[in-house]
Ligand binder design. Structure first.
Ligand code: SF4
Length: 732
C-alpha cells in the first residue's frame, strides 16, 4: 500500500522517517528506510525533508549495522552474579518491569521518593517521557543531560540565556519557515567553539552552515582547533582553551571603542550597557592577547568585521559549557549578540518556542504535587531552577558519598552510560553508583556501566523500529516504525509507560504509547497519522517578537526578563550571588599554579567531535570503527618533539589524578602546548566483566580530572582546559 510516508518500489518498501539516536545523534535528518522481507536493507537521505535536504552522515548511513549487530540487547536481563561479573538471566518484559516497579516502590517506601534518581542521556526521545515517571514517582531528581559534572553540556547556555534574555537564542540559518523574500543571508556567521558540519549539534544541522556559505556568507571562527570551518574562515581566532571569556570581553571592548554597536537596540533593549562597558574596558587588545593567545590585531579586525557585518548568527558549541568559567563566557557571547542588534532579526538569532506548541521536554515538575522536596543542588545553586531545571550532578555524587541530608538508593538510567563519558573521576563514579541498592538501565547494547552496576537491563528499540515524535525547534516530525524490533525490545515511551503504569497508574492513563504520543501532539491540532502523512513540518518564524509583545507572558513588548530588556548587568544573577556582568577568570592559570607548570606543561582539552562517533556510541560498528580504530591524542609537531613522541606512537597522557592511553596524531590542528584527547571511548571487543569493563578506564580522558571542579552556580567543568603531561607508551 502506498501513502505519504510509505511506498513500494519493486520488492522493497520505502518508509519515510527521521533519524534520532539510537543510533545516530541529535540530528533529526529526514531519511528513507528501505525494507525488504521485514529487514532494513538500506537508508538514504530524504530530499523532501527540508531539515537535511537529503544529506546524511556516515553514522546515519550505517544504522542497519547497529540494528542487526550480534551483541544487540534483545531481551531484558536480570543480574544473577555479583555486580561486574557479567552474569545475567534472560527475562520476559513483564517479569522485568514487575521487578523494577517492585524494587523502586520498596525503596520509596523505606527511603522516600527523592532517594531514586532518574537520568537520561543526550539525544533520543527519552526526555519527552521520562520526566513524567520521575515526577509521578515523587522524585525531584531528574537529570536531563547525563548526568555529568557541572551539567556541562547545553544546560549552562540554557540557564544563563533564560536568566538574562528570557530564552536560548537560536542561530537563524534559514531553517525556519518565513514568507518569500523575508529571510536574509547574513554577511557572516560567528562560529564559536563548534565544528557544526561534523557534530550537527543539538537541533542544528551542519549543512545549514555550508548552505549559507554557498550563499555568500563569511565566517568568523573562534576555536583552538583548525577545523574545516576555521580553515575557510575570513577571521580565525585560535584562542587558548578556556580563555573564551577574556576573548569575548576583548571583542566587546573593541565594538565599543570602534563605535560599531547597534545604538538603537542598545538604547531600547539593553539593561546595563555602562556596567558592561566598564567590565570590558580592562580587556585591551594587548591584554586580551596575553590572556588568550590571540594576536591583538587579529582580534581587533575580527571584532570590527563582526560589528560591520551585523547582524550575525551565533553558532556555539558545547565547548562553551565545558569550562568552569562558562557563565562569564556565555554572558559575554550574549552581549556580543545584543550589542550588534543580532536578535530577532533576519539572519541573526531568534527566540523560538516549541514547534507548533508541542513540548520538547515533557512534563514540568510543578504540575505534580507528588514532588515534595527540592531537587539536588537547588538550595546551593539557585540558577539551576532557570531554563531546564535539572538536578545538580556534583551534588549528587557528594550526597551519595555522605548520605546527607538523605540517602540516594536507586537509579534509573535511560540512554546514558555514566562512564565512559559524562563524569570526571570515573573510579569514584563507579564506586558510588556501586553502592546503590538498585539500578535499572535502558539501552541498546551492553556497556561498561551496565555490566558494572545494573541489576536489570531493559532493551530499547532503535529509531527504525518504533513510532515516536521528533520535536525540535525547527522541526516537528514523526519517527515511523519500518521494521519490528527484535525480541522484546520496546520503544523508550513504551518502557516508561510500562513501569509508570505499575508505580503510578493514575498518571499513566494511556492504553499504549500511541495514545500518549497523540496526547503530546494535541497542541499542533494534528494526529500522529496526519503528521506522518504530511511529513515533517517546519514552524513559521516571526521576527521582532520583542517589539510585538510575543515573547512575554503578559503580552507587553520586551524580552521575557524582569526588566523586559536583555540584562547585561543582571540583578537576578547578582541576587543569586553570581557575577552580574560578563566576566573572566583564569582557571587554567589556577590549575597551572596549583599543580606546577614544570610537572604538567601542557593544556589538556578533549571532546572534539569525530564524524564516525556520537558520544560513546558506534565503537562496535565495523564500518565506522575501521575509519578510526583508536582514540587519538592530537599534538602539534613541536609538542610531539618535546615529548619524544612520533606520529602514530602510543602515548600516555597524564595529570596528577590519572592517565589515559591514546594514539598520537601529529599535525598542526592544535597549537604547540595543547594536547587534545578523544573522549567517550570504550572497546566493545574487550572483556566485559570487571575489572576490564570493555577497557573503559584504559583510554578515558576523564580519568585525568578530579571531582569537585564545577564552576560558579554549579555550571561548567574543566573538560576543555586542564593540566597534563605526556610520554611515549609501550605498544600493547
Ligand atoms: S547527522 Fe545525526 S541525524 Fe543526521 S544522519 Fe547523521 S546521525 Fe542521523
Amino acid at each position: 500500500m502506498s501513502s505519504g510516508y510509505r511506498r513500494r518500489e519493486g520488492d522493497a518498501e520505502i518508509i519515510r522517517s527521521v533519524c534520532w539516536s539510537p543510533p545516530g545523534c541529535h540530528g533529526g535528518c529526514g531519511v528513507l528506510l528501505r525494507v525488504r522481507g521485514g529487514r532494513l536493507v538500506d537508508v538514504e537521505g530524504d530530499r523532501d525533508n527540508r531539515h537535511n535536504d537529503g544529506r546524511m552522515c556516515p553514522r546515519g548511513r550505517n544504522v542497519a549495522q547497529a540494528m542487526y549487530h550480534p551483541q544487540r540487547l534483545t531481551h531484558p536481563l536480570i543480574r544473577v552474579g555479583a555486580r561486574g561479573e557479567n552474569r545475567w538471566r534472560r527475562a520476559g518484559f513483564d517479569e522485568a518491569a514487575d521487578l523494577v516497579a517492585r524494587r523502586l516502590l520498596e525503596i520509596r517506601q523505606r527511603f522516600g521518593p527523592e532517594s531514586v534518581i532518574f537520568c537520561k542521556g543526550t539525544a533520543r526521545d527519552v526526555g519527552a517521557w521520562l520526566p513524567r515517571l520521575a515526577w509521578s514517582f515523587g522524585s525531584p531528581n531528574y537529570f536531563g543531560l547525563g548526568p555529568g559534572n557541572g551539567n556541562a553540556c547545553y544546560r549552562p547556555r540554557v540557564a544563563l540565556s533564560t536568566a538574562v534574555l528570557g530564552g536560548l537564542p537560536l542561530p537563524d540559518l534559514g531553517e525556519f519557515a518565513t514568507p518569500p523574500g523575508v529571510y536574509r543571508t547574513p554577511r557572516t556567521l560567528l562560529v564559536w567553539g563548534s565544528n557544526p558540519v561534523v557534530s550537527n549539534p543539538d537541533g542544528l544541522f551542519g549543512g545549514w552552515v555550508t548552505d549559507r556559505l554557498r550563499d555568500g556568507a563569511e565566517l568568523v571562527v573562534v576555536d583552538p582547533q583548525k577545523t574545516g570551518a576555521a580553515a575557510r574562515a575570513r577571521h580565525w581566532l585560535r584562542l587558548r582553551p578556556g580563555s573564551d571569556g577574556a576573548l569575548a570581553l576583548g571583542m566587546i571592548r573593541e565594538l565599543f571603542h570602534a563605535g560599531l554597536v547597534d545604538e538603537a537596540f542598545c538604547r531600547d533593549w539593553i539593561l546595563g550597557l555602562e556596567a558592561l562597558r566598564t567590565a570590558a574596558e580592562p580587556y585591551t587588545p594587548e591584554r586580551t592577547a596575553e590572556l588568550t593567545g590571540v594576536d591583538a590585531a587579529a582580534l581587533t579586525e575580527a571584532a570590527r568585521f563582526l560589528g560591520w557585518a551585523r547582524p550575525f548568527p551565533l553558532v556555539w558549541g558545547v565547548s562553551v559549557d565545558m569550562n568552569p568559567g562558562c557563565l562569564g563566557t556565555i554572558h559575554g557571547l550574549l552581549a556580543l549578540v545584543a550589542l550588534t542588534g543580532s536578535l530577532e532579526t533576519p539572519g541573526g538569532n531568534v527566540l523560538q518556542g516549541s514547534p507548533f506548541g508541542v513540548l520538547r521536554r515533557g512534563d514540568e515538575a510543578a504540575a505534580f504535587p507528588e514532588v515534595q522536596s527540592p531537587r539536588l543542588g537547588a538550595g546551593r545553586y539557585p540558577l539551576l531552577e532557570t531554563g531546564n531545571p535539572y538536578a545538580q550532578p556534583d551534588v549528587l555524587l557528594d550526597q551519595m558519598e555522605t548520605g546527607q541530608p538523605y540517602p540516594i538508593k536507586a537509579a534509573w538510567l535511560q540512554g546514558t552510560g555514566i562512564v565512559p563519558s559524562s563524569f570526571a573521576d570515573p573510579g569514584r563514579v563507579l564506586r558510588l553508583f556501586g553502592t546503590l541498592d538498585f539500578m535499572v538501565m535502558v539501552d541498546v547494547f551492553l556497556n561498561p556501566a551496565a555490566v558494572a552496576l545494573a541489576d536489570v537491563i531493559l532493551p530499547a528499540a532503535m529509531y527504525p523500529e518504533k513510532d515516536s515524535l521528533y520535536v525540535h525547534f525547527a522541526q516537528l516530525g514523526t519517527i515511523n516504525r519500518a521494521v519490528d524490533p527484535p525480541g522484546e525490545c520496546r520503544s523508550d515511551a513504551e518502557i516508561v509507560l510500562a513501569v509508570g503504569r505499575r508505580v503510578a497508574p493514575h498518571r499513566f492513563p494511556w492504553k499504549d504509547a500511541g495514545e500518549w504520543i497523540e496526547e503530546r501532539l494535541k497542541p499542533s491540532g494534528l494526529t500522529f497519522a496526519e503528521l506522518r502523512e504530511r511529513g515533517s513540518q517546519v514552524p513559521p518564524l516571526e521576527y521582532g517578537k520583542h517589539e510585538s509583545g510575543r515573547l512575554r507572558g503578559d503580552g507587553a513588548p520586551g524580552f521575557a526578563t524582569p526588566s523586559a530588556k536583555v540584562e547585561l548587568d543582571s540583578p537576578a544573577l547578582r541576587a543569586m550571588g553570581l557575577a552580574s556582568t560578563p566576566h573572566y577568570h583564569d582557571y587554567m592559570g589556577d590549575y597551572r599554579h596549583q599543580y606546577g607548570v614544570q610537572n604538567y606543561p601542557y593544556i589538556l582539552t578533549s571532546g572534539s567531535r569525530r564524524p564516525y562517533y556520537f558520544g560513546s556510541e558506534h565503537r562496535n560498528l565495523p564500518a565506522l570503527r575501521r575509519r578510526q580504530p583508536e582514540p587519538l591524542a592530537d599534538l602539534h609537531p613541536d609538542t610531539a618533539a618535546q615529548a619524544g613522541v612520533g606520529d602514530g606512537d602510543p602515548v600516555r597522557v597524564y595529570s596528577p589524578f590519572g592517565s589515559c592511553l591514546m594514539r598520537a596524531r601529529v599535525s598542526d590542528r592544535f597549537a604547540p602546548g595543547i594536547v587534545h584527547c578523544d573522549s567517550g571511548w570504550w572497546f566493545p571487543e574487550r572483556e566485559a566483566a570487571a575489572p576490564e569493563l570493555f577497557g573503559v578506564r584504559r583510554s578515558n580522558v576523564n580519568e585525568l580530572l578530579p571531582s569537585g571542579l564545577q564552576g560558579p552556580g554549579g555550571f561548567g567543568y574543566p573538560f576543555r582546559c586542564f593540566v597534563c603531561n605526556l610520554e611515549a607508551a609501550a605498544p600493547e
